[in-house]
Each structure stands twice: as C-alpha cells, then as structure tokens.
Design a protein around this ligand. Structure first.
Ligand code: C5P
Length: 248
C-alpha cells in the first residue's frame, strides 16, 4: 500500500515517463491468464512483452488482440535463422502491429540488416510504422563474467551498424553500450531487474530498477517480481516509483 501512495505522489509527467519505461513480461501459459494480468496492470505499465511461452501457447491472435486494444506489445521471439527467414518473419511482426520485436545479434550483420530492410520496406509501402527492432546481446541468465561487457558492446555496435534501433542487454553492460553507441536514440532494453529485496530467480546478473535506469537503460523488463506478487498493480507501482527516482 505504501508503494501506491508513493506513486500517487509523483507528478503526472514523472509518472508517465517512468511508466513508459516499464515492460512487463507476460510469462504465463494461457491467453486468459495474460488477459487477466494485463487488466490487473491496466494503466500501470508501458508495454507488455509476449515471449516464447505465451506466443507458443496463444499465438499471433493474442498479439493482435492486445495491439487492437491499444496495448504496446514487445514481441520477444529472439529471431535467429538464415537472413531470408528472419527478414520474412520480421515482416509478419510488422503486420501484427507490434511496438517492438527482437532478433539475435549473434545471427550476424547480414541477418540483422536484411531484417531491418524488409521491415522498413513493408512498413513504408503499407503506411505502417516500423516497430523498434532490438538485438539480443548476452542472455542475463548466462552469468558470464569479465568479458561479458566487451562482448555485449561489440554485439551492440554490430546491431547499430546493421540499422537496428537498439539492444536487449544486462544493466551491467548498459553504461558501456550507451557510451559506445553512435546515436543518442539507441534503445537499451534491460531484463534481469529486481526490485530492492526481491529474489533473483534464475537471473545471474541483476540490478534494481533505479540502478538500471541510471546505468543507461531506456526500458526495463520485469516478469516474476510482478507476476508472482499477490498485488500485481502495487508491485508495478512500486517499480514505477523506483524508476522515477532515477529520473529526478
Ligand atoms: O521473470 P523475470 O523478470 O526474470 O523475466 C525476465 C524476462 O526477460 C523473461 O521473459 C526473459 O525471457 C527475458 N529476457 C531475459 N534476458 C535476456 C532477454 C530476455 O531475461 N537477455
């Protein structure tokens, strides 16, 4: 309850700016659970991430339903295949009207460039806006030590060169990636975020929401700390508060 009153004390602009940055991972097994989480969180989230689990269970219909009801969707399918296949899959993501989707940077420059080109072309010739296209760098569960920084920066550079809009990266790499990005608008999306005092689950390299935003993340992805909470709206509001603290 305290979280609610703190979020309520933020100015509307700060609240909106902080809320925009919160992406909630809908890691649930059915469309009906996804709908119920979404309605619990109504107004307290910037975007919903539909990933492998939910997409495999509920498919593109649920994505279209969410997009159709005005929700921002981050389609997290981490495309990684031959350039032609990823380019064609990217066109399908554009057709669904998602706000953001991702491909694996390790799929290579040609794969990323072809995906961007195909998405742009389809969006332009059909009067649609191209979703933000984000490259996955180093998975936050891998716990790679030491060289993770350099590797992530290198992959982020190759993503930017290939025309991608940004990357998914651990908060630990965000500052280095931000420093090395050519465009100030390069988008950094950071999972592996845990509110103060929360469990790490299987995330090996975690950071708090405030620290992640301070490190240079534009958006944070939060799943279990919200999904497993008894009061999901309050959990989201508490995270929005932590984000807002970094915007001051
Ligand atoms: O539950 P939790 O907050 O750990 O969820 C993190 C979400 O972010 C999951 O949906 C996971 O697939 C995703 N993710 C990640 N690390 C990446 C990319 C995506 O944890 N590098």
């Amino acid at each position: 309850m305290m979280a609610k009153s703190m979020a309520a004390s933020l100015s509307e602009n700060t609240f909106d700016a902080a809320r925009e940055k919160l992406i909630v991972a809908l890691d649930v097994p059915t469309a009906s659970e996804a709908r119920s989480v979404a309605s619990e969180l109504d107004g307290n989230v910037g975007a919903f991430k539909i990933g492998l689990q939910l997409f495999t269970a509920a498919g593109p219909d649920l994505v279209r339903e969410f997009v159709g009801s005005g929700k921002r969707v981050f389609l997290d399918l981490k495309f990684h295949d031959i350039p032609n296949t990823v380019a064609m899959a990217s066109v399908e993501a554009v057709k669904m009207g998602v706000w953001m989707f991702n491909v694996h940077t390790s799929g290579g420059s040609d794969m990323m460039a072809r995906a961007v080109e195909a998405a742009k072309e389809y969006a332009d010739s059909n009067g649609l806006s191209k979703p933000l296209m984000i490259g996955v760098t180093v998975l936050t569960s891998s716990g790679t030590a030491g060289s993770a920084d350099e590797k992530a920066v290198e992959l982020a550079k190759s993503a930017e060169k290939a025309g991608m809009d940004g990357v998914v990266a651990s908060a630990h790499e965000a500052a280095m990636i931000r420093k090395n990005a050519e465009s100030a608008d390069f988008v950094i999306v950071t999972p592996g975020v845990r509110p103060f005092g929360a469990t790490n689950d299987d995330q090996a390299r975690v950071m708090t929401p405030e620290a992640a935003i301070r490190a240079g993340a534009d958006h944070i992805v939060v799943g279990r700390p919200i999904l497993n909470s008894k009061d999901r709206a309050a959990a989201a509001l508490a995270i929005i508060d932590e984000i807002a603290a970094a915007l001051k």
